[in-house]
Design a protein around this ligand. Structure first.
Ligand code: FAE
Length: 528
């Protein structure tokens, strides 16, 4: 409730989120001493920043990506998926689209190297998509705000009091995130959700349950987009490279509220490279300030009494594994770097009959899922995903979340100085098998076929990338039951790395609620 009050207060003052954030914008200097330093500005980091600043703690946030506040030459902050330019990808010279092919031919294009908003981080057996910028994954994601099934939450995090999570922390998280429900009557007629209706009706006719999904995209705004009374965003093919309107990303919610306290500073375009005990107490945090082509322009070390790792599952795990291997945090437990999973992600598409048009106009924000999670033979929760190409394609696309039991670990390679991830593409076979049962059934019932031209040449399954990296510093294994790193008082893990590889639904609500639970405890017990 506190967060909602703060948000309302900020709104009542009439202060736009961008103004609040601009005031918080800062650049840490070498030798600075801060009470709390938060690495990363995604969900875990934003919750941490809001609750610490509300508790009176001055908090310095460090983010490797840009503060996405200035429009480009086209007057827009973000580009759309049909016209990707340098703003789309993190330090790449070609795009690396998740659906990277069309008719079996690469659909990627050349771009200038730039600190763009979406990173496709390549490991040996998987590409991991992550947001880069103030707001982390909230800038690029589909906004789906899904509370996990309670029985599955209990299964993955048995030491966490589920009653408290569902009574207190999930509601707190969804309120502060600005989650809203779609008007289901409007859904039945809106052109922009024709694609979802076609997929939903076919799933239902094939014997599967479907459900509407809440979102942080303002559905009221989307209605106006459909009516043609406001500038289009979700209806203008804006999603994975950012939304210029409508989306309540973290810079507009948690981070704006934290900035409104006057106690938050955000240092963007700084990559944290090392954390180690400081001789004077607390921790020395070393970072590289980078320019927009990723070149280091300064290296600085600051001192922090407490450090909150919120660099995401991959970012936090890589950093901690490197610190242990390099002897800077040598006593970190062996569990640091372990228990990583892809939330069972696999993508697939079906070709529709010519008479089953999916529509030229597709909202970039998914609103419906096929819920076959209760099936013991292979749980699947599949989001009906958009393919916002601006033209009729007769394609039904899905992101399936499955219960893939396989896990991987991060390891430091001393020869290269890089942290590697052991995941092999073949480890995604259980995800394919589970999704195949569902979509084979739908295809059979609807007399349709898979598209095999979108993830490669003759490749049905998008099995070699994920949007949902989870784990690497699992709660209760790599940390104590609240994210404290054992042996290092004042070091905490706050992000998706705490969740053991799977949450059965899209993960950001789980990450946010768990961070709310943990920071409440940490503030009560550790922060005096
Ligand atoms: P995250 O949001 O990734 O934030 C970590 C931040 O730390 C990033 O801003 C990094 O740039 C920054 N960082 C990393 N390393 C460093 C460093 N060394 N120094 C300084 N900064 C650093 O972490 N989830 C849903 O629930 N619903 C969806 O609809 C959905 N759609 C998605 C669509 C896409 C395309 C993608 C990529 C993800 C999607 N997700 C979705 C996943 C969701 O965004 C993700 O689980 C969360 O963003 C993870 O939150 P964290 O706080 O763990």
């Amino acid at each position: 409730m506190t967060s909602r009050r703060t948000l309302l207060r900020a709104a009542a003052l009439g202060v736009p989120a961008a103004t609040l954030l601009a005031k918080a914008s800062a650049v840490l200097a070498a030798g600075d001493h801060v009470a709390a330093l938060v690495i990363g500005s995604g969900y875990g980091g934003a919750v941490t920043a809001l609750r610490l600043t509300q508790a009176g703690v001055s908090t310095a946030m460090v983010e490797m990506g840009m503060a996405w506040t200035s429009p480009g030459t086209d007057g827009k902050i973000f580009c759309d998926v049909l016209n990707p330019d340098q703003r789309s990808y993190w330090l790449r010279t070609t795009t690396d689209q998740p659906v990277g092919y069309f008719l079996g031919v690469s659909a990627n294009k050349s771009i200038s190297k730039y600190t763009g908003v979406l990173d496709s981080e390549k490991f040996a057996g998987i590409r991991v998509y992550q947001g880069r910028g103030v707001g982390g994954g909230s800038l690029v994601n589909g906004g789906m705000a899904v509370v996990p099934r309670r029985d599955y939450f209990t299964e993955i995090l048995p030491t966490v009091d589920a009653a408290a999570m569902y009574a207190t922390y999930f509601p707190r998280a969804t309120a502060a995130l600005g989650v809203n429900a779609i008007d289901t009557a409007w859904f039945t007629t809106a052109d922009c959700y024709r694609y979802a209706r076609v997929s939903r009706d076919q799933a239902t006719a094939s014997g599967y349950a479907t459900r509407f999904l809440d979102n942080v995209y303002d559905f009221g705004y989307m209605k106006q987009e459909q009516a043609g009374t406001v500038t289009r965003s979700a209806l203008a093919s804006e999603v994975i490279y950012g939304n210029n309107h409508g989306k309540r990303s973290l810079d507009k919610t948690y981070l704006a509220a934290a900035a409104a306290t006057g106690r938050l500073s955000i240092t963007a375009q700084h990559v944290v490279t090392a954390v180690a005990p400081h001789s004077a107490g607390g921790y020395a945090v070393t970072m590289n300030q980078i320019d927009t082509v990723g070149a280091t322009v300064a290296t600085k070390t600051v001192r922090a009494d407490r450090v909150f790792f919120a660099a995401g599952s991959v970012g936090t795990s890589k950093l901690l594994v490197a610190m242990r291997a390099q002897g800077r945090l040598p006593n970190l437990p062996a569990a640091v770097g372990q228990g990583w999973g892809n939330n069972g992600n696999v993508m697939v598409a079906r070709a529709q009959h010519l008479w089953n048009t999916t529509g030229a106009l597709e909202s970039g924000m998914p609103a419906v899922g096929i819920d076959n999670w209760a099936d013991p033979a292979g749980p699947v929760f599949a989001e009906i995903a958009p393919f916002p190409a601006g033209t009729e394609l007769w394609i039904s696309l899905y992101l399936a979340i499955t219960k893939n039991p396989n896990r991987a670990r991060f390891a430091y390679n001393a020869a290269t100085g890089q942290v590697e991830l052991s995941w092999q593409t073949a480890q995604n076979q259980p995800a394919i098998a589970a999704a195949k049962r569902v979509f084979d059934t739908i295809n059979k019932a609807q007399a349709t076929v898979y598209r095999s031209d979108l993830f490669g040449t003759n490749k049905v399954w998008g099995d070699d990338f994920t949007y949902h990296p989870l784990g690497g510093c699992v709660l209760g294994q790599a940390t104590d039951d609240y994210g404290r790193l054992p042996g290092y008082p004042g070091l905490y893990v706050m992000d998706g790395s705490l969740i053991p590889g799977s949450t059965g639904v899209n993960p950001f609500v789980t990450i946010t609620a768990l961070a709310e639970r943990n920071i409440e405890k940490i503030i009560a017990e550790d922060v005096g």
